[in-house]
Ligand binder design. Structure first.
Ligand SMILES: *Cc1c(COP(=O)(O)O)cnc(C)c1O
Length: 459
């Protein structure tokens, strides 16, 4: 065993690995995505026998999508800032499981401080608190469980009421999934239609609530998206808050993507009303430069967070008190990495201005790209972007535009110079960019339209 824990070997392999990764920044490879068909990739890894650790790591790097490349414009995950990746590495090496205080004497206080800082940004008062969990999906489920626990003694009694939530039809699919995990079924997820800006039509809330009540449903939560996943649209949180307060339902804001806007004086108005939410989810791995995963679930009334899991695990926690430093009482995870350290490191070393700069650059890039699309004779926008997500498509009068745009994207990623995704809005296929890399500039954006036009000319 001793050979596997050799300190000198570790020093050397770790230094080499860092050099290999640093090359991705100093000398970005020509391809963003080395696209390979799934079966070919499977066959490759099955037969692969690395001849050194270096070879193993380099092969993984070569065969992966390069988020640090400025022409990476695909999914909503960031090219992590290197400092944060290092903090994650340190946390993984220490492996403090953090559910109980002694296994997270650095990370439990740190998690509390990160949540308090985010709560100040939201505008919550000192009654608030929060937890950090593994991703927005789990974060949204956690918040909805808290909402339900407020209403019923569900841990002990189960639930007999027909419960329901209200959410925009454009919400992230994980909200629907959370509701179904909670046993709400088809009827229990009331999808409110969106307007022409792809935002929930809050004018329909009262009538939808009446309809739900007629069916015997008890609506216990309403969820707002800030911003929504396909279009990045920020919904009208103030109207939702008014509705929630009037009918005494829990108001949750899914700000997994857009929560970082709170750091910008220029863009934080998009989140107006967020301080009225009972709970908020913010992903640090979306616009806050942190490697996946790290998500804050923040509560206006901190007491609520202790109700989510009314479960006794006496062998773990001797005291029955609501102690913040045994964080496992309030999270799904038992063993949990010190994810908060990845955020704390950036905050302490660089200061929060880095988040302001990042979120503003990403939003501005979307504005620049939207103008390029509008000026171009062969492209059109789905809608003017509100965040760093832009949906657009190639237009050509004689062709089926859905097939044309899907084909364009497939060819683009096979070429490998750019990575973008696609989405369907009201039955139409759109190309979709999430501008996640702050090193992307106007020239890269222009080149994307050029390459798409060239491919279209050949299709
Ligand atoms: C990304 C996203 C999620 C899911 O979060 P994960 O961290 O990927 O689990 C949920 N809601 C919105 C609005 C998102 O953008």
């Amino acid at each position: 065993m001793k050979t596997y824990f050799n300190a000198e070997d570790f020093r050397i392999t770790a230094h080499n690995a860092v050099d290999q990764l640093a090359n991705l920044i100093s000398n970005p490879s020509d391809k963003v995505i080395p696209y390979q068909k799934p079966e070919d990739a499977l066959a490759f890894w099955k037969d692969f026998q690395p001849n050194s650790i270096e070879d193993l790591f380099q092969t993984v790097i070569d065969k992966s999508t390069k988020l640090h490349h400025p022409q990476y414009m695909g999914h909503q995950v960031v090219p992590p800032v290197p400092l944060s990746t290092l903090a994650g590495f340190v946390s993984e090496f220490l492996n403090n499981g953090m559910a109980v205080y002694e296994m997270g004497m650095a990370f439990n206080p740190m998690e509390r401080l990160v949540c308090e800082w985010m709560n100040q940004k939201i505008g919550y008062d000192t009654k608030s608190n929060g937890i950090i969990t593994s991703g927005g999906t789990l974060g949204n489920l956690t918040a909805l469980l808290t909402a339900r626990a407020k209403l019923t003694e569900v841990w002990s009694e189960g639930h007999s009421d027909k419960l329901a939530i209200m959410v925009s039809e454009e919400a992230h699919y994980c909200v629907d999934r959370a509701a179904r995990i909670m046993g709400l079924g088809n009827e229990g997820v009331i999808k409110i239609p969106v307007n022409d800006k792809y935002k929930m039509r809050t004018d329909l809330l009262e009538s939808e609530l009446d309809k739900a009540r007629e069916k015997g449903l008890k609506v216990f939560a309403i969820i707002g998206s800030a911003g929504s996943t396909s279009t990045g649209a920020y919904e009208d949180l103030e109207s939702m808050a008014t509705f929630a307060a009037k009918h005494n339902v829990w108001f949750h804001v899914d700000a997994a993507h857009g929560g970082a806007g709170l750091f910008s004086e220029k863009y934080k108005h998009l989140l107006n009303g967020i301080h009225l939410a009972d709970s908020v989810v913010i992903d640090f791995h979306k616009m806050m430069m942190v490697p996946a995963l790290a998500t804050a679930v923040l509560y206006k009334n901190g007491q609520d967070s202790y109700n989510t899991f009314h479960q006794k695990a006496q062998y773990l926690w001797a005291s029955e008190e609501e102690d913040w430093y045994n964080s496992g009482k309030r999270t799904f995870e038992c063993t949990k990495l010190g994810m908060c350290f990845k955020v704390y490191a950036i905050w302490k070393i660089y200061g929060e201005n880095i988040f302001t700069q990042n979120v503003e650059k990403l939003h501005e890039n979307a504005e620049v790209f939207a103008s390029l699309v509008e000026e171009h004779p062969h492209f059109e926008l789905a809608i003017k972007p509100e965040s760093n997500i832009v949906n657009f498509r190639y237009i050509h009068s004689d062709k089926n535009l859905n097939e044309l745009n899907s084909g364009l994207r497939q060819k683009l990623i096979e070429n490998g110079n750019f990575y973008i995704v696609q989405t369907v809005l009201k039955g139409k296929v759109f190309l979709r960019v999430s501008l996640m890399n702050p090193l992307t500039n106007e020239e890269h954006l222009y080149k994307l339209l050029e390459e798409l036009s060239e491919i279209a000319a050949q299709l």
